[in-house]
Design a protein. Structure first.
Ligand code: CUA
Length: 314
């Protein structure tokens, strides 16, 4: 059979909403384009040279028509504004119970890391009905993580973390595209999203050869890179303890108060001079060029994992 779908499947909780806004805008455009084309042709014919149309033009203005042609488009535009704001709000506001998965884009593949330890390339396994939040970064140029069936797309930018979330509603396999031209093999930077039943997903998570969680690997790297020499509990150098720091506010020496999120931790490692914690000397060396993106993500996962333990002062 001839199979040429104009639209991808709707396979996430927000897909229907995104389509709703899209079709509303499309409907308005089609309606007014048709109306204007019709009127252009109608008047061109009616007032063509030599026609006997009335050209005396006696009406100077008509308040009812003026109110309508201002009021109706205003209402249509406001509905579009509120509907798209509502959808955008839900697209960026991820649920608190989202599971977090890390994505690293590079020329020309997607590396995906589950916190439980499993890694995959150009394929992302998720469970149906469970919200997932992706924390993403790039090792080289800008890429864009695009899952048409979920109606989500987000730039993946070197030097910072971007995130997006979705909640799949149907088991199946869906397309994954890079949606930002990123070099010769951009068109080959594709993959698939595999949505599984939760039990199947759990079994899949356990089936890999990777036995260590991201946080455990991060803890090992934390020692290996020497972070624990200053930030550890028994360290001789005076540096802030990192237990419980994730997700909390941190006062900096320049008076700013920042939230300790992924970005803060990343910048603290790569650009330590840019945000010195109040009460400490700017003695931390930069790790720029000494640590790769994958290891950074693991160290961040480790610091997050000790984020819920009791905050210890020193
Ligand atoms: Cu990566 Cu285009």
């Amino acid at each position: 059979m001839w199979d040429f779908p104009l639209f991808p499947e709707q396979a996430s909780t927000l897909a229907g909403w995104v389509d709703g806004v899209f079709f509303y805008g499309l409907g308005i455009s089609v309606f007014f384009t048709t109306l204007i084309c019709f009127l252009v042709i109608f008047f061109a014919v009616k007032y063509r040279r030599g026609s006997r149309a009335d050209r005396s033009n006696p009406v100077t203005h008509n308040t009812t028509i003026e109110v309508l042609w201002i009021g109706i488009p205003l209402m249509l535009a406001l509905v579009l504004f509120f509907a798209s704001t509502f959808v955008y709000y839900h697209l960026i506001q991820y649920p608190a119970d989202s599971s977090e998965i890390y994505v690293l884009g590079k020329q020309w593949m997607w590396e995906i890391q589950h916190p439980e330890g499993r890694r995959e390339i150009n394929t992302l396994h998720v469970a149906v009905g469970r919200p997932v939040r992706l924390t993403m970064t790039s090792q080289d140029v800008i890429h864009s993580f695009y899952i048409p069936a979920f109606r989500v797309k987000q730039d993946v930018v070197p030097g910072r973390y971007t995130s997006m979330w979705f909640q799949p509603t149907k088991p199946g396999t869906y397309h994954l595209f890079c949606a930002e031209y990123c070099g010769t093999l951009h068109s080959g930077m594709i993959g698939k999203i595999v949505v599984m039943e939760p039990a199947e997903y759990e079994a899949w998570l356990q089936s890999g050869t990777e036995r260590e969680s991201m946080a455990a690997e991060g803890e090992r790297l934390f020692r290996q890179y020497g972070c624990s020499g200053c930030h550890g509990r028994n360290a001789s150098v005076r540096a802030p303890l990192l237990d419980g720091v994730y997700g909390h506010s941190v006062a900096l020496s320049d008076g700013r108060v920042v939230k300790a999120d992924e970005r803060y931790i990343r910048d603290s490692i790569l650009l330590p001079g840019s945000q010195v914690v109040a009460g400490y000397d700017p003695v931390m060396p930069t790790f720029e060029g000494h640590i790769n993106e994958g290891d950074l993500l693991k160290i961040i996962a480790y610091i997050k994992s000790i984020g819920n333990t009791e905050r210890a002062g020193r």
